[in-house]
Design a binder for this molecule. Structure first.
Ligand code: FES
Length: 124
């Protein structure tokens, strides 16, 4: 849901509390006619936001809405071939794309709302 607020061209993704602590949530953001898949992982007050595109073959990572984490909810997992990624930096340490990384997405939290500047999404 792109919005222009105070001259900013950004998408308000959600209130931080809409992401379960220890969980994850996916988003779709349209920017300049292109839909971008993103997801956020929450660890307490800390958030990590990545593009929802696996570096292996580019498919979405989630097998069902908001299912981005492994059973222990310690790592990000790709549903297609089981690659595992660190939450902290998106680095793949297991699976067919070991050594590759998820693409981080710049974001801001203001007033407990998670925002992504639209201009930072231009080149997926
Ligand atoms: S597409 Fe993600 S591991 Fe193959």
């Amino acid at each position: 849901m792109p919005a222009t607020e105070g001259g900013r061209n950004e998408a308000a993704l959600c209130h931080v509390d809409e992401i379960e602590d220890g969980g994850a949530k996916g988003f779709r953001v349209e920017a300049y006619g292109i839909e971008h898949r993103l997801f956020a992982v929450r660890r307490g007050r800390r958030l990590y936001v990545y593009r929802n595109d696996c570096p292996h073959v580019g498919t979405p990572l989630d097998w069902a809405p908001d299912q981005f984490l492994d059973r222990a909810r310690e790592n990000i997992i790709c549903a297609t071939h089981g690659a595992l990624f660190r939450v902290s930096d998106g680095y793949c340490f297991h699976g067919p794309c070991v050594g590759a990384s998820l693409e981080p997405v710049f974001f801001e939290v203001r007033g407990e709302v998670l925002y992504v500047p639209i201009d930072t999404l231009e080149d997926p």
